[in-house]
Ligand binder design. Structure first.
Ligand code: SF4
Length: 448
């Protein structure tokens, strides 16, 4: 059981030196108990206290990693029930299912879609993360061959699915170096699966029939020296799966019940045969609170909305996505090309730059640091106003890139035009459109 704030306080040095960022050891202890502080912030802890407190400061949902290299996938590590309380830490992993009974072209098709369905949004590459290889053939060699085929086709994380430890051993032999998730631990095979996972330093996925059984299995695995666990509660109806996802998360977070403090995995395709419903169920599981969602296949029309939903949920609500300030060249502009300025809210930047590209008129886009706020919000907060814009333009070096002196400001900042002309007397200030969609038409009227 995690320690309470007072129990943590008893283990602290009690010097109230403030080096941890709060004035007293008691305040630090309370923050630690609430998961709002990191143990490493106190430099004065004894080794003995540190060891004891590591248990208290560990996230209530254990972080688990699958895979290696630049495609390593991390799940768990969550500390809150609701995004607005702090943030969600590790985005739900999206996996595609491959069965060893499938025809090779079908397997290859899924792997191609896994590798090629990649979408760019606000400067990020969105794609599925994992491939789940399921043994259905009851054939050791066939399973191993399928795993080998998958391994050579993608560097994504691998989930091995089999309930037979001998067959699992063959699959593991083919890809142990990729640190797959070994899924298929039940109360009947737990010892053998634990031995396999331990020998290969891989995380384990358990499948149970109830949350009570899940808690017993994780406790048993902990006794066997396995701590990296992913829970499948076994629910295969939408309602039960949803309820159990919420129960696992809240029991681990609110009740601090460690045996359920692990990330989860769900299989929407095993709850419906309708691809559309599968996508809807997957969307529910991304929101509440699946660590990994295994899809029967990847199709752009369902994958893209899931990826965007995931992006929206797993961004930090306290930190807007921001683009690096600077001067961006779009379409190879020359000294006569238009100069536009906008804020560094990522979505604004990508809309404006996308519309400039659509216009096919090369331009210079100046992106000013507004701490990730949109033009309207930044203007209201006094960050996208004449003083700041003027100072940014003067320092930016744009005068060396163009011979004209015309600056297009966003329509939403039109009110700053007069003051900006005073700040930048050499420049003519032009008010551009409010809506990004009107930028191409506006640029077509451009005269240097
Ligand atoms: Fe107490 Fe450590 Fe914080 Fe100093 S740094 S106030 S000793 S908790």
């Amino acid at each position: 059981m995690p320690l309470t704030g007072i129990e943590i306080f008893k283990l602290l040095p009690k010097t109230n030196c403030g080096e941890c960022g709060v004035p007293t050891c008691l305040a630090f202890a309370m923050n630690l108990a609430a998961g709002k502080a990191e143990l490493a912030k106190c430099p004065k802890l004894s080794e003995e206290s540190k060891a004891k407190l590591q248990e208290a400061s560990a996230p209530p949902i254990r972080p688990v990693t699958i895979g290696t290299g630049n495609r390593v996938f991390k799940t768990g590590g969550e500390t809150v029930l609701f995004r607005h309380e702090k943030r969600f830490e590790n985005p739900t992993g999206i996996a595609v299912l491959v069965k060893d009974t499938m025809a090779l072209p079908e397997i290859d098709g899924r792997l191609v879609r896994l590798n090629t369905l990649v979408y760019e949004r606000v400067g990020l590459k969105l794609k599925a993360d994992l491939v789940a290889v399921k043994e259905e053939s009851n054939d050791t060699a066939r399973f191993a061959e399928t795993v080998t085929r998958v391994k050579s086709a993608t560097d994504a994380g691998i989930i091995l699915i089999s309930f037979n430890p001998d067959i699992m051993a063959a699959g593991l032999k083919a890809c142990a170096d990729r640190k797959p998730l070994v899924y298929g631990v039940t109360k009947d095979n737990v010892e053998k699966m634990a031995t396999l996972a331990k020998a290969n330093s891989c995380p384990l996925g358990i499948k149970t029939v109830s949350l009570d059984e899940a808690a017993e299995l994780t406790a048993k695995l902990n006794q066997l020296g396995i701590n990296d666990i992913v829970i499948d509660s076994g629910a295969r109806t939408v309602r039960k799966a949803f309820e159990e996802q919420v129960m696992i998360r809240s029991t681990a977070l609110v009740k601090k019940f460690r045996p359920l403090g692990f990330p989860t995995i769900t299989f929407p395709a095993e709850m419906t045969g309708d691809p559309m419903k599968e996508a809807v169920i997957a969307s529910m599981m991304v929101a509440k609170y699946s660590g990994i969602v295994v899809l029967s296949d990847l199709q752009g029309e369902s994958l893209f909305p899931l990826l965007v939903e995931r992006l929206n949920l797993f961004t930090d609500p306290q930190r807007p996505l921001a683009t690096t300030p600077g001067i961006y060249e779009i379409g190879g502009p020359d000294k006569n090309a238009p100069v536009l300025i906008t804020s560094n809210f990522s979505l604004t930047y990508f809309i404006v730059s996308g519309e400039i590209e659509n216009s096919r008129i090369p331009a210079w886009l100046m992106v000013m640091d507004t701490e990730g706020l949109s033009v309207m919000t930044a203007w209201a907060a006094g960050k996208f106003v004449a003083d700041n814009i003027g100072a940014f333009v003067k320092k930016s070096g744009i005068t060396e890139k163009v011979t004209h002196r015309k600056l297009v400001i966003p329509g939403y900042a039109a009110i700053e035009a007069g003051a900006l002309e005073e700040e930048l007397p050499e420049w003519q200030i032009l008010v551009g459109p409010r809506d990004g969609a009107h930028i191409p038409a506006y640029l077509k009227t451009w005269q240097p």
